[in-house]
Each structure stands twice: as structure tokens, then as C-alpha cells.
Design a binder for this molecule. Structure first.
Ligand code: GLN
Length: 446
């Protein structure tokens, strides 16, 4: 992996930094010793992986691709980092991302932009663009990303990898630096569905350090990979095939759905009437939660502190002015506005009501269907710079992934073909804790 990183990383720039080679080699040797001793090992033992840089790693820098955390070394591991270490996976690097996971192209990184390995003039998607690009470019066998509004699935789709956003509560968020706590969820980005099942199994399950973590038993996801599609009821929500969708992407996804049908799935149209309201509701809720979560970065407790301040207030101001990038400031202002008295009812409260309506659309659909099939994104990877100065166009690129986060349900993006030589993703959406069905269907399709 290190040899590969040396060859491609200059062009792809997926990693904020690599873990010292000696340290990774030591971890790999430990894995070898365990294997040689005949210990029962996890399938992840000795497997090189990278983590998105908003996942805390003990003693190893965790920056959120922000200047404000440029030198931050967490004193503890995130739950998922600990689980993977215990399984024997070897951490080789931390991946680039949109600062604090706010964005859809990894161009909002406070350090540099990551490039799509399929076409270096294009973005890898975001915000987990580094995680998807690293796997696509063979810089790691798998990675973890985080998905608040699509940040695992959309980059997976742009980079031709598998990306799974699990049910809210399936994976502990302990040690994930929060963006929007009611939406954030960690998940795997992998080369295929089998790997997704193996990584999910390793990181899922109850953790008392996250009060939203579910105590449901974790199933054997690998056992769900039967290759069977017969009898599965698949709904196709027509709202996800609207005018914003590129015709070639539509064709590609429809072909994938027809293939599922030919394998025995029962396909019918589904109606999700509140889909169009999900995007504005999401940007109000996510920004509101972000404005609150990011209040802790004040120069006192964490990371960067501005020098030469006259008093404590100007220290706060200077720290945050320099420490945060443009998009992060925009979200904090939006969120503070939506939460302020006089506007709370009109914006934040209304957005919460819309969230309930969106969730009810899914509840109703899942009375009839086992899963839903749709595109992951309306278009393949776009060019660097194409949307970076137009926040609304950027926000729109998550229109097909955001409703899923509002509802807290799981969804997976699997590669389903190419448009203009660029990968396209099929998005399968499942019932709460329906990961087995999602993995079963995507494995059979793949
Ligand atoms: N692009 C969306 C946003 O900027 C989603 C980000 C994410 O899922 N972390 O909020």
C-alpha cells in the first residue's frame, strides 16, 4: 500500500497525511504473529485501511481538514477506530474531506482538493472524497467515511466504489467529530459488497458511550450474501427520476433495475410526494446543528488559538475568523439565524415538521416494498471549480441522498455502469436496520 501511495498520491491527493510507515509495519507484523499463532482472527486482520479525518485516532492527528484543528491530536480513539484496531486492521492514513464534512466535492478542504482517480480534472465527490478516491486508486483496501446528507454514497458513486450509509444508531458516533448529530452516521467505502458486509460487521453494535447507539444484536451480514433476488419487492420512487436527472444516468440506473427484475425481483413504482422539500429542510437542520456543534471551537479548548488578541472576545473572533473556511462560516451563520428567537418557528421548527413528512413517505413505501431503487446522484463526477462558487448548485448535488438521512434509514451505493467513461452509482434504500436486505440485493446485483 505504501508503495502504491508513493506512485499515485501526488496526483490523487486523497490523504491529508499517511501514518508513519514504521508504525503501520509494526501493526501489520502484529497481525502476522496472530495469524502464525493460529489465533481465530477477523477477516480484517492485517488489512490496510484509511479513515476519514473527522474520526478521532489516539495520538494521531485528526484535523477535519480544517485549519482550526490542524495540530489536534485526540487523546482517545473513536469507537470505530478502536473496533478496527481490535480486529487487526492496519491504519495507513487519514483521508481528505470537505472541512467539517460540509460539501459535496472535497474542494472545501482547508488544505487541498482531492482528484477523482478516473479523471484527474474532476472531483471525487464529497465530503468523504478522500476516502472514496483512496479506495478507487488502490491506496487502501477499504476506508471509513461519514454520511450526513450523502457524503459516503455520492463520492462512492463518483469514484466507482461501494458506499454504505447504515441506519442511524447502528454504529457508534463516539469520537466522530460532530457536524449534524441527528444525521451523522459512519460507514464503509469498499471495492465490493462483500467487503462492505465484513467492515460493517466489525464496526456495528451497541456502545454505551453513544446514547443514540442501538442495542439491537448485530446480524451476520456475510450470511445475507446469498446471490438471491427472487421475491424481493423493489419500489422505484418516481420523484427520484425527475427533470434534474441526466438522461444517460437515468438510462443506466433503469437498466440496472431491469436487470434486478430479470433476476426475479418484483419491481413497481413507489410514490414519495414530499421528496422535493427534503433539501431545504436538510440545509436548515444540518446548519442549525452545525452552528451549535462548532461552538466548541473557540481557541480555548481545542486546536488553533489566535495570538495577539486584546481580550477574550477578540481572541474568539480572530481564532474563528482564521480557523474556519468560507463554507463552514456560511453554515454557522445560516444555522444561527434559523435558531434565533423570532425565526425559530418559521425555519427550524418547520424544517423538523417537513422531516417527519419525509420519514412518513418512507414508512408508507416500506409497507409495500422491501427496498427502494434510485440513482445515487443526478450526474457523474463534475469538473473541479464547476460548482465551487455556487453553493446552491453544490447543495443540489445531494438531492437524491439527503431524504435518507432525514429518515435515519440505511442506503448503499453500488457501481452500475459508466456515462462518458465516468462511474455511475445505483442507490438501494432500506428499512430501518434493513442492512441485510440491502447487502443481499446489492451483492446479487453486483
Ligand atoms: N453535501 C452535504 C452537506 O454539505 C452532505 C455532507 C455530508 O453528508 N457530510 O451538508
Amino acid at each position: 500500500v505504501y508503495a502504491r501511495i508513493e506512485v499515485v498520491e501526488d496526483q490523487v491527493k486523497a490523504l491529508v497525511f499517511t501514518v508513519e510507515r514504521d508504525k503501520a509495519m509494526k501493526d501489520a507484523q502484529k497481525a502476522d504473529t496472530r495469524i502464525a499463532a493460529g489465533e481465530t482472527i477477523s477477516p480484517l486482520t492485517g488489512i490496510p485501511m484509511v479513515l476519514k479525518d473527522n474520526i478521532c485516532t489516539k495520538g494521531i492527528k485528526t484535523t477535519c481538514a480544517s485549519r482550526i484543528l490542524a495540530e489536534f491530536r485526540p487523546p482517545y480513539d473513536a469507537h470505530v477506530a478502536e473496533e478496527l484496531a481490535q480486529a487487526g486492521a492496519v491504519l495507513c492514513g487519514k483521508t481528505n474531506m470537505d472541512e467539517f464534512a460540509m460539501g459535496s466535492s472535497t474542494e472545501n478542504s482547508g488544505y487541498f482538493a482531492t482528484r477523482n482517480p478516473w479523471d484527474l480534472s474532476r472531483v471525487p465527490g464529497g465530503s468523504s472524497g478522500g476516502s472514496a478516491a483512496a479506495v478507487a486508486a488502490d491506496e487502501a483496501v477499504f476506508s471509513l467515511g461519514s454520511d450526513t446528507g450523502g457524503s459516503i454514497r455520492q463520492p462512492a458513486s463518483f469514484c466507482g466504489t461501494v458506499g454504505l450509509k447504515p441506519t442511524y444508531g447502528l454504529i457508534s458516533r463516539y469520537g466522530l467529530i460532530a457536524y449534524a448529530s441527528s444525521l451523522d452516521q459512519i460507514g464503509p467505502i469498499t471495492k465490493d459488497v462483500t467487503d462492505a458486509a465484513l467492515v460493517l460487521k466489525a464496526i456495528a453494535g451497541y456502545d454505551r458511550k453513544d446514547s443514540t447507539s442501538s442495542s439491537m444484536p448485530v446480524p451476520d451480514y456475510q450470511a445475507a450474501l446469498t446471490g438471491e433476488l427472487r421475491g424481493l419487492k423493489v419500489g422505484v420512487p418516481r420523484e427520484y427520476f425527475g427533470p434534474g436527472l441526466e438522461p444517460e444516468v437515468k438510462e443506466c440506473v433503469e437498466k440496472a433495475i431491469r436487470l434486478m427484475e430479470s433476476m426475479g425481483a418484483q419491481v413497481a413504482e413507489a410514490a414519495m410526494p414530499h421528496t422535493e422539500y427534503a433539501l431545504p429542510a436538510y440545509y436548515l437542520i444540518a446548519s442549525a446543528e452545525a452552528s451549535s456543534n462548532l461552538a466548541r471551537f473557540d481557541g480555548v479548548r481545542y486546536g488553533y488559538r489566535a495570538q495577539e488578541a486584546e481580550d477574550v472576545v477578540s481572541m474568539f473572533q480572530k481564532t474563528r475568523r482564521y480557523g474556519f473556511g468560507k463554507e463552514v462560516k456560511r453554515r454557522i451563520m445560516l444555522g444561527t439565524y434559523a435558531l434565533s428567537s423570532g425565526y425559530y418557528d418559521a425555519y427550524y421548527l418547520k424544517a423538523l415538521k417537513v422531516r417527519t413528512l419525509v420519514k412518513q413517505d418512507f414508512d408508507r413505501a416500506f409497507e409495500k416494498f422491501d427496498l427502494l431503487a434510485a440513482p445515487t446522484a443526478s450526474h457523474p463526477a463534475f469538473r473541479h471549480g464547476e460548482k465551487v462558487d455556487d453553493p446552491l448548485a453544490m447543495y443540489l448535488s445531494d438531492v437524491l441522498t439527503i431524504p435518507i438521512n432525514l429518515a435515519g434509514i440505511p442506503a448503499i451505493s453500488v457501481p452500475c455502469g459508466f456515462v462518458r467513461d465516468l462511474p455511475v452509482g445505483l442507490q438501494l434504500i432500506g428499512k430501518p436496520f434493513g442492512e441485510e436486505t440491502l447487502l443481499q440485493a446489492s451483492f446479487a446485483y453486483e
